[in-house]
Design a protein around this ligand. Sequence first.
Ligand code: BES
Ligand code: ZN
Length: 626
Amino acid sequence: MTKIYISFLAATLLASCAGNDVADKSTNTASAEKADDRDYHTLSNADSVAVTHLDLDINVDFDKRQITGSAHWDIKQIHPSSHVVFDTEDLTIDSVVMDDGSKADFKIGALDKELGKALSVPITAQTKSLTVYYKTGNATALQWLAPQQTASKKTPFLYTQSESIYARSWIPCQDGPGIRFTYNAKVKVPKDLLALMSAENSQQKSADGSYSFKMDKPIPAYLMALAVGDIGFKSIDNRSGVYAEHAMLEKAHKEFEDIGGMITIAEQLYGPYRWGRYDVLVLPPGFPIGGMENPKLTFSTPTIITGDKSLVSLIAHELAHNWSGNLVTNKTWNDFWLNEGFTVYFERRITEAMQGKSYVDMLWELSHQDLEASMKGLPERDTWLRLDLKGRHPELGLTDVAYEKGAHFLWLIEKTVGREKFDVFLKDYFNSHAFQTMTTSQFLKYLDEKLLSGHDDWKKAININAWIFGPGLPANCPTPDRERLSKVDAVIKKFEGGATAADLGIKDWSTYEWLHFLRNLKTSVKADRLADLDKTFKLTQTPNSEIADIWFVQAIKANYEPAYPAMKSFLLVTGRQKFLEPLYKTMMETGKAQMAKDIFAVSKGNYHPLAQKNIEGIIKGDNKYE
Ligand code: BES
Ligand code: ZN
């Protein structure tokens, strides 16, 4: 996941354990917070006039790198209102036509740096729909790839990333996670390309580049997605399959062949998969994140394709979002943990069913370490589960707190009430709130009513307030068994004591044993020791991107130059920020600013605009390191 680099100023203020006093202190603030469930990241007025259905009709122009067309919106008037208001970001609005055929005298509001501009359209009490004709500008959601950035090198590629608030940069919409609508779309693309959306998709190219889509379940705007390219399809079973550029298709299919079983496990846990098909689209390597849970069509990075299925838990995560997130959706970005924390917990349950408990215990431990580390760099308020992002970009909430503190909180409830009861509770929760939105306070009320009420001992053991409305990791945070990682610790000791790589007795290690080993190598480990490891385990050549990333970090720290060419090729094609950030940061921290700049200069064209900005920031900070 994207780690946000925030000043280290607040780090020392952060209490790592919240005792009773924190729970008490936060209670007052908590009730004030509970009262405010407004979405501060949409300029729309969906509380009064809400969209219900979209008919999108667009043309994708690769030469101009522009989408043009129209968005026909059905609206529902909840409270009398003179206007309906949409979000836009760098869109040109050509005209707005009302359902009676008249041209609207629409207004565009002042630019808000973070939120874009409001598009306000006058309506009467009779207005039922309207059509916005528009063009995109420099859209944050769109990544346009030139032919040479694709596997075939012959045709261009386009994909969107709408979460959190970027749908407004390619569709004028009411862009809040609490606002749902169904959609149909007509998309025109160059005739040799396939277009896919978060909807019912065709599995083959059309003759003329025209495609029609239908999403008959209401979804929020951040789940609007489009991809266009020379993409092929290969079926896995009767409800799932893989889309990828042709060169990647076979490998991707092999890697993901167990997806059918994964869906079945998920259904056994928390109820039926309600979206019809489940397909995965493997994007080119510049995709800035690991995965995105676009309904019916998860978008995935190719960096999880290792040849041995060792990183498919990412697909378990995106699949799980079809319950936590897509079915029951956080109402505002302050409630982001309801999407991501639930999904990480759910993902671990799927992985446990597939790989066993000792395997998942390693995931819990490694993620716990990540969480502790990333909380050190966060302002204290950002370590509460219920966030307060008012006046700030929602991406600042995209930290390990929502994911891992959230998941650990649910794990604590499971351990307190017992797995059987908790599973029944969660299944009912998803079912009874299907296609609805959820706030933190609604969830807590439901939790109390359906699970905890009458059990003061459980409530005391869980200490909800300390988790939701308090900082850091409460002292009652559960810890996993260390059956497998303690063996790795012993190997680390041996290595540090001078044993050679060949004498370490490492065999059949999973990715997570390797990650634990490599992460915990002391900074004092010298290049010759890395050379020994490399000779024995071929780490520089590993096809596993997670292992490669941490290996390259250690190589930079130890000046182990034989790994540099492979690291440079990795940075040249991979745009996944989770991998870029530690590498560029480590270069900056170890006096290799020039190397960072040189690599960035040749690679940046392959990174997503947001990733470019992020890495530029890391490199600009170089003066203080030099
Ligand atoms: N929904 C997120 C990605 C996201 C969140 C994008 C917020 C933009 C804003 C997705 O499900 C996710 O969490 N992806 C992770 C994968 C993971 C934790 C296994 C990623 O991309 O690293
Ligand atoms: Zn997620």
